[in-house]
Ligand binder design. Structure first.
Ligand SMILES: [Zn+2]
Length: 290
């Protein structure tokens, strides 16, 4: 089994999004925003290659956005997008067997589909796409708050083509990989656990947007639709991560994409995983604020 983190670029978002009700005086000690109060956010996807399958976890923002949407996100793809990065790892779109979507927000499944001569197709033509059934239901019945991120073009064409598999809770993907429900950010949010012998890792996705969200249980984003449920979910996985010395893989964190969690006293502490350097070597590094 071989694991790589693959970048679809970086974006800049208003710090009020990821930090919600957390006072600026507290979060800015960890992540200082620029003068426009924006923070850089990674769009990391995970590539897992096993003897039997090539699996991609999430697909970033994709290529369907117009100029104004790119500008709104502050999208930086200096080092290319997801498909360029996959190519650099020797993986072509048609070689991907399975795409796991953690949830259907636009920055996680935008690359699921692409536009070819005006019609929408699966970007990964041979792949089956898996998402939790509850996530699908909520994405299909978006409300005033979620409508701008549940973009039908990212998932409806897959359903119409019979390519989308809806999961009911925890689902084993292969001997070493499983999808686990982690509700809170959305009702149908899932994370991906990878295990090999005693080694454990979890692709956290938006259960904790940045590493610091995992260590500070009460720090929640403004986007979480069920904030108190996310607190409960984090508590469960904090305990699991401490007990297993698991690698926590953070999709959006540029400074600390992979960390371990310890609990030396009542407080949780984060420790960057030095051995993971090979997984993160090709990721964009944080640009100093302009
Ligand atoms: Zn996200």
């Amino acid at each position: 089994m071989e694991i790589d983190l693959i970048s679809d670029g970086t974006v800049r978002v208003d710090a009020g999004g990821p930090f919600g009700l957390v006072p600026r005086a507290l979060y800015s000690k960890h992540l200082p925003p620029d003068e426009a109060n924006r923070l850089p956010m990674a769009l990391n996807c995970m590539l897992i290659r096993t003897a039997d399958a090539t699996i991609l976890v999430d697909t970033g923002l994709g290529e369907k956005m117009d100029e104004s949407a790119r500008a709104m996100w502050g999208l930086d793809r200096t080092a290319g997008g997801l498909l360029d990065q996959l190519d650099r790892k020797g993986v072509q779109a048609e070689e991907v067997d399975l795409v796991l979507n953690t949830h259907l927000h636009a920055d996680h499944c935008g690359g699921n589909t692409c536009s070819v001569a005006g019609s929408l197709r699966a970007t990964f033509p041979r792949a089956e796409y898996w998402v939790q059934r509850v996530e699908w239901a909520d994405a299909m019945h978006a409300d005033a708050r979620t409508r701008s991120t549940y973009l039908q073009d990212n998932f409806v064409p897959l359903m119409e083509a019979g390519r989308l598999r809806l999961l009911h809770g925890e689902t084993q993907v292969s001997e070493n990989i499983r999808c686990v429900p982690t509700p809170g950010h959305t009702r149908g949010h899932q994370s991906i656990v990878v295990e090999h012998g005693d080694w454990r890792a979890i692709f956290v996705a938006d259960m904790a947007t940045f590493a610091i969200h995992m260590a500070r249980t009460a720090w929640l984003t403004a986007y979480d639709v069920m904030p108190l449920e996310n607190v409960r979910t984090k508590e469960l996985w904090q305990a699991w991560a401490v007990q297993n010395q698991a690698w926590l893989i953070f999709q959006h964190d540029i400074r600390m994409p992979i960390a371990r969690l310890t609990r030396p006293d009542r407080r949780l502490e984060l420790h960057p995983v030095e051995e993971a350097a090979g997984l993160t070597a090709d990721l964009p590094k944080q640009q100093p604020p302009p």
